[in-house]
Design a protein around this ligand. Structure first.
Ligand SMILES: Nc1ncnc2c1ncn2[C@@H]1O[C@H](COP(=O)(O)OP(=O)(O)OP(=O)(O)O)[C@@H](O)[C@H]1O
Length: 351
C-alpha cells in the first residue's frame, strides 16, 4: 500500500516540528527518514500513524485520505521509540493482541505468534511479562507484535536503538529478510544511524530543521550527494574549499581535472575512504590531486584508522586508512592524494 504525505506541517505550540513535508512511499518500498536529533523524523512518522494531527496537509494510504482517521483505523504496524507493550499481558499475548482483535482463528494466532517469536529470537520468553524483559528484548517483542498482523504499512522509529551491536546486526538481517518475505509492505524507517539507512532503505529522505533536504535512492545519495548537508551527514564526506575560475576548479592552487564548476560557490566532496596517504619519500602511487599535509590526529577503529591531516589553504582532511596500509603518526608530513574519480562538487550552503 502506498504512503503519501503532501505538504504536511505539524506544530507543537510554537515549535514547528514538520514544515511542508512531501514524501511518497510505494508498496514494497522502504524509505528511511534520516537526520539529526530534533529534525522532525519521528513527527513525520507519527503523522502517518495518526498519533499527531497535522495543522496543514494531507496523508493518504493506498490512495485514501486518512488525515482525519484515528490510528486504529489506519491498519498500520507501528514500532516507535519506547513503545510500551501492554504491561499486564504476557509476551505471547502481546504479540497475539492484534490478531485476536482481528478475530483470527485460534490455531492461526498460535502459529503466527510462534513464528514471530522465533523471528526475533524470543521463543523461550513467551510466558514472561514485559517488566521481566530488558529494554532491547521489549523492543524485539514490539517488532514481533507490529509484524504479526501482516500490515501493509510498517512504521519503525529507531527500532534498534536499544539493542547492542551484535543484536542490532542480527535484527537488521531479520528486517532485510522480512522485506523479502513481505514484498508488498511499505516501510518507513526513522533513524539517525546512516548505516541502518544504507542497509535497509531503497530511498533515503534526509531531514534537517523540520524539512526534507534531499530524497533519492540510497546509492545515488551516497555516490553523488546533492547538498553539502547530505554529503556530510551520509558517509561523513570531506567538504573542501575550492577556487573556481571560468569552469575550472582548483584545490590549494592545483587544477582538479574532470570537475567543472557550474556555479559560483561550490565545495569539493570526497569520502574519507577514497583518499590515499603516501609518505613524501615514496613515489606517486595515485593519480589525482596531491597536496602536502601534516597529521594532527589518528584514531584506530579496528579495520580502519581515521587520520586527520591539516592541509594549508584547505583545512582538515579526514582520511580512512585500511588496516593493511601505511598509517602515519601524529606530527608526520604526508602526501594527501585525492583520486579524481572520488571527487565531486556540491553547492556551498548559503549564509
Ligand atoms: N510532543 C511534543 N511537544 C513539543 N515539542 C515536540 C513534541 N514532539 C516533538 N517536539 C519537537 O519537535 C521537533 C522535532 O521532533 P522529532 O521528535 O520529530 O525529532 P526527531 O528527528 O525524531 O528527533 P530524535 O532523533 O531525537 O528522535 C523537536 O524540536 C522537538 O523538540
Amino acid at each position: 500500500m502506498t504512503v503519501e504525505l503532501e505538504d504536511v506541517t505539524v506544530h507543537f505550540g510554537r515549535t514547528c516540528a514538520l514544515e511542508g513535508f512531501d514524501l511518497s512511499v510505494a508498496a514494497g518500498e522502504t524509505v528511511a527518514l534520516l537526520g539529526p536529533s530534533g529534525s522532525g523524523k519521528s513527527t513525520a512518522l507519527k503523522a502517518v500513524a495518526g498519533f499527531v494531527r497535522p495543522s496543514r496537509g494531507r496523508i493518504r494510504l493506498g490512495g485514501s485520505d486518512v488525515t482525519d482517521l484515528p490510528p486504529a483505523k489506519r491498519g498500520i504496524g507501528v514500532v516507535v521509540q519506547q513503545y510500551a507493550l501492554f504491561p499486564h499481558l504476557r509476551v505471547a499475548d502481546n504479540v497475539a493482541f492484534g490478531l485476536r482483535a482481528a478475530r483470527k482463528p485460534k490455531a492461526e494466532v498460535v502459529r503466527r505468534v510462534g513464528e514471530m517469536l522465533e523471528m526475533v529470537g524470543m521463543t523461550s520468553y513467551a510466558r514472561r511479562f514485559p517488566r521481566e524483559l530488558s529494554g532491547g528484548q521489549q523492543q524485539r517483542i514490539a517488532i514481533a507484535r507490529a509484524l504479526a498482523i501482516r500490515p501493509s504499512v510498517l512504521l519503525l522509529d529507531e527500532p534498534l536503538a536499544a539493542l547492542d551491536a551484535r543484536l542490532r546486526a542480527d535484527m537488521l538481517g531479520e528486517l532485510q529478510k522480512l522485506r523479502r518475505e513481505v514484498p508488498d509492505i511499505a516501510i518507513v524507517y526513522v533513524t539517525h544511524d546512516q548505516s541502518e539507512a544504507l542497509v535497509l532503505a531503497d530511498r533515503i529522505a534526509v531531514m534537517r530543521d523540520a524539512r526534507l533536504v534531499d530524497v533519492a535512492p540510497a546509492a545515488d545519495l551516497y555516490a553523488a550527494p546533492p547538498s553539502a548537508f547530505t554529503a556530510s551527514f551520509l558517509g561523513g564526506a570531506n567538504l573542501l574549499p575550492v577556487e573556481t575560475s571560468g569552469d575550472s576548479v582548483k584545490l590549494a592552487g592545483q587544477l582538479v581535472p574532470g570537475l567543472q564548476a557550474a556555479r559560483d560557490k561550490s565545495l569539493l566532496c570526497i569520502r574519507p575512504h577514497a583518499i590515499r596517504l603516501e609518505s613524501p619519500s615514496r613515489g606517486d602511487e595515485v593519480s589525482g590531486v596531491r597536496v602536502v599535509g601534516r597529521v594532527v590526529a589518528v584514531q584506530w577503529r579496528g579495520a580502519v584508522s581515521q587520520v586527520v591531516c591539516e592541509v594549508d589553504g584547505v583545512g582538515d582532511v579526514r582520511v580512512e586508512v585500511p588496516v593493511d596500509r601505511w598509517v602515519p603518526g601524529v606530527g608526520e608530513r604526508v602526501v594527501v592524494a585525492l583520486p579524481v574519480e572520488g571527487c565531486s562538487l556540491v553547492p556551498a550552503e548559503a549564509g
